[in-house]
Design a protein around this ligand. Structure first.
Ligand SMILES: C[S@@+](CC[C@H](N)C(=O)[O-])C[C@H]1O[C@@H](n2cnc3c(N)ncnc32)[C@H](O)[C@@H]1O
Length: 273
C-alpha cells in the first residue's frame, strides 16, 4: 500500500510533488531499515522477492542492451555460467541468446526465486569465491551486478581467479558492474534512487546504497573504481578486450534522465590469457 502510494506519487510531473515524494520514499526506506545490517537487507528474503519482480527494464535494460553484440563478437561455444545469477533474470537473458546456461549464486533466498520462475534451468549454490565446477570447462562466464556486491579486494581476487580456473583457454568473461557515477547523489536515473547520505564523496571500497524504484529493493554495493577493476582483472589471468559505458539514446522507448549524458554502468569484456 505504502509502495503503491509512493510510486504513483513519484510519477507526477509536478516538481514540488516529486520532491515530497522523494523525501517520503527515503523516510520509508530509513524506517524499514532500522535494526537490520546492510548485508541482511541486501540478502533478505524480502529483498530477493522484490528483486525477482524486476526484469531487464528501465535503466537496467541499458546495461544488457549491448551484450548480444559482444556475445556474438567474442564468445565461441555455448557452455555458459551465470555467476551471481540472483533471481535468474540474467540467466534467462543468456538462455534467450541460445546459450547453454547454468546459474550459480551464494544466496539461497535468491536461488529459490530463480528456480520458482524457471524450474527447467539448473541453478546451484556456491560458497563465496568458490565455483563447484571443474577447471577449463566453460566457454563463457557472465556476471551482472555481482562484483559490485563483493566487499573486499581479497574476495574479489578469489572470485576472479575462480572464474579464470573454470574457463577454457581464451574463454570469455563479461562483467556488468556499476560505473563510478552509478551511486552519485547528483544523478537522476530512471529506475534507481541514489540520493542517500552514505553516497556522498565515496572512496574506493566504501559502501553505497541504491534502491530500485519500481520494486523497492535495496542494495548496499561497494564502490570499486575503474582502476580497481582493471588491476583486478589484469592481475588475475585476464586480458581486457573492451570496456563500454552504455548511454541512453533517443527513441529507445524510455524517458532517460541522466542516462543520456552519463553511464551508470561499465561493461568489461575479458579474455582468459
Ligand atoms: C544484484 S544481484 C544480480 C543478479 C543477476 N545477475 C541479475 O543481473 O539480475 C547480485 C547477486 O550476486 C550474488 N553474489 C554476491 N556475491 C557473490 C559471490 N561472491 N559469488 C556468487 N554470487 C554472489 C548475490 O547473492 C545476488 O544474488
Amino acid at each position: 500500500m505504502k509502495m503503491a502510494f509512493s510510486l504513483s506519487f513519484s510519477q507526477t510531473n509536478n516538481p514540488l510533488k516529486k520532491k515530497i515524494s522523494s523525501i517520503f520514499l527515503v523516510a520509508i526506506l530509513f524506517l524499514t531499515s532500522i535494526g537490520h545490517s546492510s548485508d541482511e537487507i541486501s540478502y533478505s528474503q524480502e529483498n530477493a522477492k522484490k528483486y525477482a519482480k524486476f526484469g531487464i527494464e528501465g535503466t537496467s535494460w541499458l546495461s544488457f542492451r549491448d551484450i548480444p553484440f559482444y556475445v556474438k563478437k567474442y564468445v565461441k561455444g555455448k557452455k555458459t555460467l551465470d555467476l551471481g545469477c540472483g533471481a535468474g533474470r540474467s540467466t534467462r537473458f543468456l538462455t534467450a541468446l541460445g546459450l547453454d546456461v547454468v546459474g550459480v549464486d551464494i544466496s539461497e533466498q535468491y536461488l529459490k526465486e530463480a528456480v520458482f520462475i524457471d524450474p527447467k534451468t539448473h541453478f546451484f549454490l556456491s560458497e563465496k569465491g568458490k565455483i563447484p565446477s571443474i577447471e577449463n570447462s566453460y566457454d563463457f562466464v557472465f556476471s551482472s551486478f555481482v562484483l559490485i556486491m563483493i566487499p573486499t579486494k581479497e574476495e574479489l581476487k578469489n572470485t576472479v581467479k575462480e572464474v579464470c580456473r573454470i574457463l577454457k583457454k581464451e574463454g570469455i568473461f563479461i562483467v556488468i558492474t556499476g560505473s563510478e557515477e552509478m551511486h552519485s547523489i547528483d544523478k537522476k536515473w530512471l529506475s534507481y534512487e541514489t540520493s542517500f547520505p552514505e553516497n556522498k564523496n565515496p572512496k574506493s571500497g566504501d559502501r553505497l546504497k541504491v534502491m530500485i524504484k519500481k520494486v523497492g529493493a535495496i542494495f548496499y554495493d561497494y564502490n570499486w573504481l575503474e582502476d580497481d577493476y582493471s588491476k583486478l582483472f589484469t592481475s588475475n589471468g585476464f586480458e581486457i578486450l573492451e570496456t563500454h559505458h552504455p548511454l541512453g539514446k533517443d527513441n529507445e522507448g524510455y524517458a532517460w534522465s541522466s542516462e543520456k549524458e552519463c553511464s551508470p554502468y561499465i561493461v568489461y569484456v575479458l579474455k582468459k590469457k
